[in-house]
Every structure is written in C-alpha cells, then in structure tokens.
Design a protein around this ligand. Structure first.
Ligand SMILES: Nc1ncnc2c1ncn2[C@@H]1O[C@H](COP(=O)(O)OP(=O)(O)OP(=O)(O)O)[C@@H](O)[C@H]1O
Length: 413
C-alpha cells in the first residue's frame, strides 16, 4: 500500500475521541460546581459578609487547612471569583489576588507580587517590602478599592521566609490596615500551621479556621461523576469505573481522600483507552492507571514542589540524582554534587551559579522534602553536607526531572 502521510494524519484527526473535554480533568481546571464543599463555601461567605454589606468596617483574616487534594485551592478560587463579581455588580472596586507562596517564597517576592497583580509597576530592586506595601495601601485608598488576598501554600513561605516575615504579613492589618481595605486568607496543608503565628493572630485565626476533611469514597464518587460527565462522551465510561476509583482513593477505604489523585487516575485511564483506540474505558484501563499512579506517587508529591523551581535548582537536583545513580550509593557529598552540576551546566551551555546560591537551593530542596541534606563532621576533613533521596526509583525520577529541565529551558529561551 502506498505510504500516505496526509491520510495517516487525516485518519488520526477524524478518529472519534472518547474525550469531550480532556482539559476538564486537569488539576488547574476550575469546575463550576464543588460537590461536598457547600458548607465551606457558606462559611467563607459568612466570614466575608462585611465586604459586601459594610465595606471598610473590618479586615478579615481566615485560615484554611486540609491535606493535599481536599479542594483548598479550588474552593478559594471559586469563592473569590464569585465574590469579586458580586462586589463589582454592587459597584464596589474589588480585587482578588492569589499569591502562590511556593513560587514567591520571600517577603519581598510576595509583596511585589501583590503590587504587580494590582497593576502597579514595581522595580526588581531598590524598594523595601514596607515601601511597596505603602504603595499598595495608597493605591487602594486613592481608588477606594477593597481586596481579598489569598496566600496559597502558605507553609512554604513560613518555612523559608521565617517568623518575622510571617509577622509582617499577618499583622499588616495593624501597620497598614487603618483603612481596612486588606482581607486575607491563608491556605495550608500543614494542620499545625496555626502554631507559627504570633499569639494575637493565633487566637484570632482560631475563630476563623476552616478545616477541609479528606473525601470519603461516596463523596469522591459524586466528584468523579460530575467531572467525568464534563470530560467524556456519555458512552465512553460507566459507573463501575468511577466506583473502583472512588473505593481505591476514599479515606474510609484506606486511601488518602485526595480528589486530585482520583481525577488523575480517571484521566490516565482515559488516556490509555484513547491510545489503545478502545473507544471506551474498561475496568482494566482503570487498573492500569491505578498501578501507574501507585508507582509515581512520590514523583507526584514532588511535582507540586518542583513546578515552580528555577532552572538551576532543577539542574542541581538532576546532578544529585545522576551522581547517586552513577555511584550506586545511598548518599553523596555536596562537593561532588557541585562538580557534577558544573558538568551539567557545561552540557546545557549554562553559567553555573555560585556556591552560596547552590547551598540555598540545597536548603530549599531539603526543607520541601525533595532531598535529605545533613551536615556531618568529617574529622580533619572539616564539615560536609551529605545528600540523599529516600524514594525512587531514581531512573524514573531522572527522566522526570530531565523533562522539567527541558521544559524550563524552552520557557526561558
Ligand atoms: N469538591 C470537589 N468537586 C470537584 N472537584 C474537586 C473537588 N475538590 C477537589 N476537586 C478537584 O481536585 C483537584 C485538586 O483540588 P485542589 O488543587 O483544589 O486541592 P488542594 O487541597 O488545593 O491541593 P494542594 O494542597 O495540592 O494544592 C482539582 O482538580 C480540583 O478541581
């Protein structure tokens, strides 16, 4: 038969996909409905009632805690975007700002991000956090504006920026809040985070805390039903598949109660069926997806952490992985990691970062649980940092981090 590129492409394009809207199963998709989070949504509305009823009467601060995949980010985005449109319909100038504290881990980074999201222009250097915050408050005052700032993944900021920086943000209502235009929500997976606030803030937040419980299988089943109806054609799946996933992941069935996991498994099962040209998803496709999911659990965990890492932080991590594999050892020394890192930089045509910067990256990777780093006294050889990675397999991790490096380079160049 004649080899016909056009026909191959056309056949593929004309193939009926089982997906109606694959994107609606992606983690960043914001669904219109959040089954089993109605009460939390009501609670948020009651805490922020003043913003609509009597703007400027108070500055509210709320803490949201819950394990990974319990819907914290989606709940906040849903609440804040709806509140914004209600406020604007009432003629209020209202801004919702979502600060990602993994991406912005320093006080300056966070304050600058708030200013930028409000449309202010802020130089990279030259201004202090206090000066930028002053500019933010003046902007709000002059425009008679109100704002809700959501600090997502706040625990990263706490761990890396330290207590004083937390104090600056959480007590900003005293220093800057005379006008009562700032409202804040702190979101965290760390259920003990309340302990990092100063005593006054802690006792305040204790009254305004919303705890999201991990989902049970029957709750996950409702979520899966809803999301599957958005993502797939009706005849591409059936209830049994969803039940299998819900039972695997439900917190009452020894799963983690993580909606992200459940949705990822459904998406993977759909992808496998699509790749096989099966026309519909089978129980076997779901089983395969669960196996893949089990294998990549650790990688998925660090995926959240590494999403916003800089190119050189990733290159350093890649050096650690490569060296651990090459030496087939359980730990490696910082000095040899730096040599490997310089080698990698050379291969990629990158200028290596300084020792101090690398030390900073190591600290961050260790604090976020991607690596273990301990300083050891080596007798007359002085002190050294020993680095290990307690999960794996490293072969898969290397592939994964290499992909991240490639993607990062594509974005940067
Ligand atoms: N009640 C729900 N209904 C529908 N989808 C949900 C629900 N809860 C969570 N999800 C979905 O599960 C995924 C994870 O949710 P989300 O990112 O909000 O969780 P999270 O608690 O913020 O997790 P992380 O701590 O990892 O940021 C998203 O795709 C979200 O749309």
């Amino acid at each position: 038969m004649k080899w016909d590129a056009r026909k191959i492409i056309e056949d593929e394009l004309n193939k009926q996909s089982i997906f109606k809207n694959r994107e609606s199963l992606m983690p960043e998709y914001i669904p219109e409905a959040l089954p089993h989070r109605e009460n939390e949504l009501k609670l948020l509305a009651s805490y922020f009632r003043h913003l609509i009823a009597n703007p400027g009467s108070m500055s509210q601060r709320v803490l949201i805690v819950g394990r990974v995949g319990t819907g914290k980010t989606t709940l906040m985005r849903t609440f804040a975007t709806n509140l914004t449109s209600i406020a604007r319909e009432k003629g209020l100038s209202f801004d919702y700002i979502h600060v990602n504290c993994y991406k912005n881990r320093s006080l300056f980074g966070i304050v600058r991000d708030i200013a930028l999201q409000l449309g202010l222009s802020v130089p990279h250097r030259g201004l202090s956090s206090k000066e930028i915050m002053d500019a933010v408050i003046s902007f709000l005052d002059e425009g008679d504006r109100y704002t809700l700032i959501v600090f997502d993944d706040f625990h990263y900021f706490v761990n890396i920026a330290g207590k004083e920086a937390v104090y600056f943000i959480t007590r900003a209502y005293e220093a800057f809040h005379e006008s009562k235009r700032l409202n804040m929500v702190f979101v965290s997976t760390d259920t003990n985070i309340i302990g990092v606030f100063d005593p006054v803030t802690e006792s305040y937040l204790n009254r305004y805390i919303i705890k999201l419980q991990p989902y049970t299988s029957s709750q996950l089943l409702d979520i899966l039903r809803y999301r599957a109806s958005l993502a797939f054609h009706e005849d591409a799946y059936d209830e049994k598949l969803l039940e299998l996933i819900a039972e695997y992941e439900g917190v009452d069935r020894s799963g983690e109660g993580n909606a992200r996991h459940a949705l990822t498994i459904l998406l993977t099962a759909g992808d496998i069926a699509e790749k096989e040209g099966a026309g519909r998803i089978s129980i076997e496709h779901v089983r395969k997806a669960i196996t893949i999911h089990d294998r990549s659990k650790e990688i998925e965990r660090i995926n959240d952490v590494l999403r916003y890492s800089s190119l050189h932080e990733l290159l350093l991590l890649l050096s650690i992985i490569r060296l651990l594999r090459k030496k087939n050892d359980k730990e490696v020394e910082m000095g040899e990691v730096e040599d490997e890192y310089r080698l990698l930089c050379n291969i990629h045509g990158e200028i290596p970062r300084s020792h101090t910067q690398l030390y900073e990256y190591t600290r961050n990777l260790s604090k976020t649980g991607v690596i273990n780093a301990v300083t050891k006294n080596m007798g007359n050889r002085g002190r050294t940092t020993l680095i290990s990675i307690p999960y794996g397999p490293l072969e898969e991790l290397e592939k994964y981090v290499t992909t991240l490096v490639t993607k990062k380079r594509e974005i940067e160049y």
